[in-house]
Ligand binder design. Sequence first.
Ligand code: UDX
Length: 436
Amino acid sequence: MNITIIGAGYVGLVTGACLANMGHSVACLDINKRVISSLKKSKIPFYEPGLSDLVSKNIVNNNLTFTSSYGTGCKSDLIFLCIDTPSNEDGSANMNNFHKALNLILKNAKKDLLLITKSTAPIGTTSFVQSFFSRNLKNKKIKIDACSNPEFLREGSAINDFQNPERIILGTYSKKAIKILRQLYLPICQDKKKLIIMSPESAELTKYSSNAFLATKISFMNEIAKISEVVDANIHDVRAGMSLDPRIGKEFLSSGLGFGGSCFPKDLAALIRFQEENNIPTGVLEGAKRVNDKQVNNFAKKILKFLGKNSSSLSITIWGLSFKPNTDDLRESLSIKLIRTLAPHIKLIQVYDPAAMKKAKKELEDISNISYLNSQYQGIEKSSILVICTEWDHFLSPKIEKIIQLKSKIIFDGRNMLDKAELNSVGIKYQGIGLK
Ligand code: UDX
């Protein structure tokens, strides 16, 4: 099939590269000409395992091309809208770029098109897209069929998630859309039960509620972790005990600094805003957000309490800057929030991340008392404490002979990834979340 992907960002590029790899002829379109020109040279502006190779391979195969021209983009039969919908100040999704794209498609469409929204967009967007084109194309004898097809790709494993989907959601009333998309997804979704067809509104709400539910699970566990600390319980044991009940499951029950990234905070805020705008009482979702918003501050307070009155004469080390492992994405990174909270109270913050150093230097350029380490253990002997903010595999088995050089011989583990008893047995103190 001839496919255009509008928006060569994270979702667009992964979707485009994976569809090209399935043998389709894919054009990735972005109005940012700088991005398009580096993509043509296989240069990807972010880190996602396997993506660079997949893009290069499909450029060579001639299955993947890049363009900034809507004239070219509208020649395809299928258009995926993968445009960013960032948060407005009130939490609602900013649809400016999305609407600009619709207008450009309207201007350039010369044939029937299937328009598939992958962007996480407010409930009602697909119906709006359908009526926008039906209204404006009346005299052009062209038909556009709209469909919502939300993405559930996790950063760090996005290619595998695309190629092995848990489910594919199609929200549309168009028979043509269902027929074409069934065929498109057949190679990666042979189990018919995994492809679910519903109304556009249901599909859009499915996306929001999936992310909001997972975010709520995390906040729930972080709230339980607070109780655990007070009663001297062990949150790891509590989680293990809970998760053996298949109704609860084991995923997304890890307590820590909370959830970050480009999706959970944004989607949760947008859903809450939607509740407010429609006078729908909010409770659970608002609570999940509130718990998450406080999580970093609580951790920072623990750290500052430990460092005591002399904190401004002390140096600390932080491992992990990206919002989660296997990405260099700093959006809503809790590590960045922690650094900003601690920086005014500390002499020097030494930071290390396996992938996100370059982006962090830019993000934190206004902070002067920060030093970017060339390697994980550099300067550890100058540091009072070690703080872990991202659960990269690199941090799983810290070298004890190095850690022991910390002045206060203590690790603050914001991801509960290390073994407290093991560290204690070699003379290293440990402070996790939900653990005494
Ligand atoms: C998420 C969804 O999982 C994906 O389906 C969606 O479409 C896009 O948003 P992503 O943002 O890549 O994916 O990250 P995810 O792996 O879901 O983690 C989100 C955040 O939750 C991270 O900050 C992570 O550290 C945190 N988290 C996750 C926890 O704090 N505890 C957990 O148990 C799991």
